[in-house]
Design a protein around this ligand. Sequence first.
Ligand code: ADP
Ligand code: MG
Length: 405
Amino acid sequence: MDLSTEVREAKSRFGIVGNAPALVAAVQRALRVAPIDLSVLITGESGAGKEFFPQIIHAYGSRKHSKYIAVNCGAIPEGTIDSELFGHEKGAFTGAIATRKGYFEEADGGTIFLDEVAELPLTTQARLLRVLESGEFIKVGSSTVQKTNIRVVAATNVDMMKAIQAGKFREDLYYRLSTVHITVPPLRDRGDDIWLLARKFASDFSERYHTPAVAFDENVAMMLSHYPWPGNVRQLKNVVEQIALFEAGNSITPEKLRSYLPEVTTSFTPAVSVDGSHSYASERELLFNMLFRMRNEIDTLRATIETMESGVPRDIRPLDEPEPVEEPPHSLVRYSPMPRLYPDSHAAHDIITESPDSGMTLEDTERETIRRALERNEGRRKATAVELNISERTLYRKIKEFGLE
Ligand SMILES: Nc1ncnc2c1ncn2[C@@H]1O[C@H](COP(=O)(O)OP(=O)(O)O)[C@@H](O)[C@H]1O
Ligand SMILES: [Mg+2]
């Protein structure tokens, strides 16, 4: 069987949806390495779909008829993890009323998946290194060395280099675990897969809940593909599940969809992937959009405050009256769009009213953002507004203001 047929088969066997080259490459790598007994480290953001990979590796390897045990290292309390993994002798600690086998003994001959491996305490890391190097381990409270034959596949969403530098993860163990490295790409980088997954999840959930199908408006696809999906496929699945439940039988417009998506600016994650590679273009794009939205929010806020102060809506204030310049009172700024970077509203305000060092003013940035979005959408205003997450009316006003007609 050639590799692409095998990839197709593995995808359908495990229910993996998507054709993005980076995802397909990851599946291919898993299939290649499966029959060779090497340790594999899976990295990728949370919710990206890492858990399929150890299963593929086990199912397509020579250990497929032996046990597969998945352990979430982050979910086991530090005090019991050694005993869970390696077992304990009777009387090793209070409550150890009988000898117990650990997962490494239990899964002898098979595969262990160590999820969230960066969460392992350093003492456990030492035991793990030993078992990887020599197949040897010792039960807690015992002095007898035992042998086991295990293949380890580990996963993490942590930047391991940082963890090593911070002294939280052993460098030698890292290299031992990552003989082969598989990277699962973030959802935001998977293009049309987002749309494919959304429709698949929508039909799955409608079927599961016996609810009438939802119909996505054509502009929804674009909005989905521009959302940064900090929670990746898990988040998309969750959003679509809610829509399938609460919008059963309805047509889903971008406006409706927006009410199910957390504010993109508050859930912003930088466009830096776990392997440290950078996508400057998409990062700049995100920053442009973010600045643009911040500006709109502040405009709205200003108008609200002005209305409150004068009792007259901003738009009908006499033209010759100077614009009020007061800062918005603190308590009103409920949605400071970047709470982590700019914890107080004044800082957020400053950064968008002053020119950045590059010499590009906010006006330039805004004009540039809109110009590019219009270009990408071939001048279609509705689509551009959706992409920028602003109303068509605002877009229209901005186009006039910047003379972009
Ligand atoms: N490509 C995909 N096709 C279908 N479902 C996916 C895909 N990737 C992830 N999922 C689903 O998304 C959820 C999160 O995946 P998971 O493997 O648990 O993420 P991770 O371990 O990387 O945090 C699971 O319900 C999984 O089935
Ligand atoms: Mg996981």
